[in-house]
Write a protein that binds this ligand. Structure first.
Ligand code: AMP
Ligand code: TRP
Length: 342
C-alpha cells in the first residue's frame, strides 16, 4: 500500500443517463456531500462519456447532464469547495483510458458483471465502449491520483479492476506511480432495492416508475410510491436479524436509516413492533421532508442553464490543472516522445 505517498483525494462519478433516483442519492450523492470538507480535495464528475456506451438521444444527454449538475448542487455539493464538471470537458480522461486499454486484459473486461448484464445475450452487438467502460472508469479515478472513491455496492467490482490496472501499470513499468485506490462503500443504503421487488436494485432502467423514487418526484408521488411499496404482512422486528429473510422490509428500514442518518439498529429500536400501515407514513413523511427541498432547488437551478454551464466549465478548468501533469508524467513513463514539454 502506497497511501503515504499520495495526499487524500476523493473522486466519484455518476452517469447522466435518465433520472437521478433515491438509490443514487443515498448510495452516492448524499455520501459525496458528507465527504466534502476542508481537509481533503473532492472531485465529482458527470460521466457523459460513460453514458454513451449505450445509446443516448443527444438532446436528452445534454439535458440530463445539466439536471445532474443541478442535483449535485441541490443535494449540497458546493462548486467552490468541490471540483464539479462533466467528463467530456477534460480530455485527459480518455487519453489515460487509452493507455489503460493497453494495460488491461480482455479477460478482465469480459468477467465484469455489469458488462454481462448490459450486453446480455447479444454481446456481438454491444458497443466496444461498453466492454472498455471499466478502463475509462479507472482513468477517471487515476488521472487525479484519487485515493478514495465513494460508490454504491454495484461498483465494487469496477473498483477492484481499477486497483488491478494500477498494480499492473506500476509493475509493468517498474514505478510506484498510481495509488491503489480504496473503495468507500459505507452506510445503511449502499444497495437500495426496487420498491416492487426486494431482490432487484433500484435502477434508472427499470421499466416500472413505481419501482423507484426519482429525485424530481413531487410529495404526492413519493408518498404514493411508498404506500404501494411491496411488503410482507408481519410487524417490524426489533433487531436486524429479524430482517434477514425479509428483503422488502429490510430495504424500507435501510432507506429510513440512511435518510435519518441513523443505523439500522437505531431505527429498529424505534419502530420495532410497528405494522407497515404505521411505518410507511413515517417513511413517506421523512422522505418528503428530505427530498422535497432538493427537488425544488433542482427545478430552480434548471431555470439557470447558463449558470450551470459556467460552473461546469470552471470545474473542468480546475480538474485539468490536476489531470494534465499526471497524464504528462504517465506519457513520459510509457515512452511517448514530446511528453516532457507537454
Ligand atoms: P449510475 O447511476 O449507475 O451512474 O450510478 C451512480 C452511483 O449511484 C454509483 O455510485 C452507484 O453505485 C450508485 N447507485 C446506483 N444505483 C444504486 C442503488 N440502487 N443503491 C445504491 N447505490 C446506487
Ligand atoms: N461506473 C459508475 C456507475 O455506473 C460511474 C463512474 C464512472 C464512476 N467513473 C467513475 C464512479 C469513477 C466512481 C469513480 O455508477
Amino acid at each position: 500500500m502506497t497511501e503515504t505517498k499520495f495526499t487524500p483525494r476523493v473522486f466519484s462519478g455518476i452517469q447522466p443517463s435518465g433520472n437521478l433516483h433515491l438509490g443514487n442519492y443515498l448510495g452516492a450523492l448524499k455520501r459525496f456531500v458528507d465527504m466534502q470538507g476542508p481537509e481533503k480535495e473532492t472531485v465529482y464528475c458527470m460521466v457523459d462519456l460513460h453514458a454513451i456506451t449505450v445509446w443516448q438521444e443527444p438532446k436528452e444527454l445534454a439535458h440530463s447532464t445539466r439536471e445532474l449538475c443541478a442535483g449535485f448542487i441541490a443535494a449540497g455539493i458546493d462548486p467552490e469547495q468541490s471540483i464539479l464538471f462533466n467528463q467530456s470537458q477534460v480530455p485527459e480522461h480518455t487519453q489515460l483510458a487509452w493507455i489503460f486499454n493497453c494495460v488491461a486484459r480482455m479477460g478482465w473486461m469480459q468477467r465484469m458483471t455489469q458488462w454481462k448484464d448490459k450486453a446480455g445475450k447479444n454481446q456481438q452487438n454491444a458497443s466496444l465502449g461498453l466492454l472498455a467502460y471499466p478502463s475509462l472508469m479507472a482513468a477517471d479515478i487515476l488521472v487525479y491520483h484519487a485515493t478514495h472513491v465513494p460508490v454504491g455496492d454495484d461498483q465494487k467490482q469496477h473498483l477492484e479492476l481499477t486497483r488491478d490496472i494500477a498494480i499492473k501499470f506500476n509493475n509493468d513499468f517498474g514505478v510506484d506511480f498510481f495509488p491503489i485506490t480504496e473503495p468507500v462503500i459505507e452506510g445503511a443504503a449502499t444497495r437500495v432495492m426496487s420498491l416492487r421487488d426486494g431482490s432487484k436494485k433500484m435502477s434508472k432502467s427499470d421499466p416500472s416508475d413505481m419501482s423507484r423514487i426519482n429525485m424530481t418526484d413531487d410529495a404526492d408521488t413519493i408518498a404514493k410510491k411508498i404506500r404501494k411499496a411491496k411488503t410482507d404482512p408481519d410487524a417490524l422486528p426489533s433487531e436486524v436479524d429479524g430482517l434477514s429473510e425479509r428483503p422488502e422490509a429490510r430495504n424500507l428500514v435501510n432507506i429510513y436509516a440512511a435518510l435519518s442518518n441513523q443505523t439500522t439498529d437505531e431505527v429498529l429500536a424505534e419502530v420495532g413492533g410497528k405494522q407497515f400501515g404505521e411505518f410507511k407514513p413515517m417513511l413517506a413523511d421523512l422522505a418528503v421532508a428530505k427530498l422535497s427541498p432538493i427537488s425544488t432547488e433542482m427545478a430552480r437551478l434548471m431555470g439557470e442553464e447558463a449558470e450551470i454551464d459556467r460552473i461546469l466549465a470552471k470545474g473542468a478548468d480546475k480538474a485539468r490543472a490536476i489531470a494534465a501533469p499526471i497524464l504528462r508524467q504517465t506519457y513520459e513513463i510509457v515512452g511517448m516522445v514530446g511528453a516532457k514539454q507537454g
